[in-house]
Design a protein around this ligand. Structure first.
Ligand SMILES: C=C(O[C@H]1C=CC=C(C(=O)O)[C@@H]1O)C(=O)O
Length: 423
């Protein structure tokens, strides 16, 4: 799919927008400090990124052609927009935030905010986006303090830990019989807060504790993910593939020894290889040349370490960042190998709806450049009860998996959201 593909029938109309990006002083060190109490959008890594609020345009979409529909809607919106970008860096000008469901049936959306505040290195800017009929002036930038969420309790979600281990054991026996090579199984917990959860509270803590992750907020889905599904920037395509995990202990010397054992673990290397292969195969048709590392490195995060491979390529066609994300989803880092068998097995035995967890989350600009990560280490606010949030974690299961060790791995992967909510 590219920006020049025809618009499929059934697309939703996109409004005509006027967009202006201007350099701005007074942007806070923490972009998220500008977020208002509701409806904030965020994409921040190492202090750079953009936050937005208000809704200038929005697409809600589901179904097997959701990526194509979203692409067409965006293409039409871009085609009608009048854009004056006085900043000219990735992220300035017109952009949308988006989040896609793991399955075809889960809800997906693109949101174009009314205001975006951005930073890239020493460049800071504000973008205003308004209907052609009512031009908006740049807002005066204010900062806000989030409200603490009070005490938080965590309860089993769709399955208890013991039940989930049983599901993993079932998956291992299916893998052993040769039905499939790998499946990624997830579980959820329910966070119950004393007060309504001000999403800026966990967001700020995630960004501070996990600066090397992408901290995001899109329509009630918040998290800090370490996995870049795809970035397209000026003809360069990159992806950070993660699979294979070990918990950190907090003792640096011990963690270094654990990192070395992770790098040698045949179970984790196998799990990782499936994920790298799925990404390389999906990107190949879109790249003129590609670099796929032969050996992963160990990515150190505060709670876990992962086997990681940075895949890079030169774009061979006009496929947008979203088009590439569509080609990559669901990668074997969150689904399995073979893809269809793993996806069917997840639907059959996982016992919960993932919603937008493990789907692509990110942003895209008017030229189709952008970043889409995999929504991991995240939580979904409950629209019916603001004191509740579902938090998620999964683990890649291969023939050598031990159900208890996989359960422990999910516990470690839940730490960022638990800590951010104040556990
Ligand atoms: C499915 C998750 O992690 C994926 C990404 C990195 C490592 C993974 C693993 O080692 O199993 C998973 O493939 C999750 O964090 O919920």
């Amino acid at each position: 799919m590219s920006l020049s593909d025809p618009v499929p029938p059934g697309r939703l109309p996109a409004p005509q927008l006027v967009v202006r990006s201007q350099p701005a002083d007074g942007v806070a060190d923490r972009l998220m400090d500008h977020l208002p109490d509701e409806g904030g959008l965020a994409w921040v890594r190492r202090g750079d990124g953009h936050v937005g609020w208000g809704v200038a345009a929005r697409l809600d979409v589901a179904g097997s052609n959701r990526f194509a529909q979203a692409q067409s809607w965006w293409q039409e919106l871009v085609g009608h927009a009048v854009i004056r970008d006085e900043v000219g860096v990735p992220g300035s000008g017109l952009l949308c935030f988006g989040s896609f469901g793991f399955t075809d049936d889960d809800p997906s959306e693109l949101v174009v905010p009314e205001v975006i505040v951005g930073r890239r290195g020493s460049t800071t800017w504000v973008t205003t986006i308004s209907p052609a009929s009512s031009l908006a002036a740049p807002p005066s930038l204010t900062t806000h303090e989030p409200d603490p969420v009070g005490l938080v309790a965590f309860a089993d979600g769709s399955r208890s830990g013991t039940e989930w281990s049983g599901i993993v054991a079932d998956a291992v026996s299916r893998i052993t019989t040769g039905a499939l090579d790998k499946v990624v199984l997830a579980r959820d917990l329910i966070a119950l807060a004393e007060k309504p959860i001000d999403l800026r509270w966990p967001l700020r803590r995630l960004a501070a504790a996990y600066p090397n992750c992408w901290t995001f907020s899109v329509d009630g889905l918040i998290g800090a993910t370490p996995e870049l599904l795809v970035r397209r920037e000026k003809g360069l395509i990159t992806s950070r593939v993660l699979a294979g995990t070990i918990r950190r202990t907090g003792d640096d010397a011990h963690d270094l020894a654990l990192a070395a054992s992770l790098a040698r673990s045949s179970k984790d290397l196998e799990e990782h290889e499936y994920a790298v292969r799925s990404v390389a195969d999906a990107l190949k048709p879109h790249c003129k040349s590609m670099n796929v590392p032969e050996t992963p490195f160990v990515l150190h995060l505060p709670n876990v370490m992962h086997l990681a491979s940075d895949v890079a390529g030169v774009a061979a066609n006009g496929a947008s960042a979203l088009g590439l994300a569509a080609a990559l989803h669901p990668s074997a880092a969150i689904c399995g190998t073979p893809t269809d068998t793993a996806r069917d097995l997840i639907g059959k035995i996982e016992g919960m709806s993932r919603g937008r967890f493990s789907g692509p989350v990110g942003w895209m600009d008017a030229g189709g450049d952008g970043e889409w990560c995999i929504a991991l280490r995240c939580g979904q606010a409950d629209p019916a009860d603001p004191t509740r949030m579902r938090i998620f974690a999964g683990a890649g299961i291969v023939a050598g998996s031990d159900p208890e060790a996989e359960l422990a791995e999910t516990i470690a992967k839940l730490v960022p959201m638990r800590d951010a909510l104040g556990d």
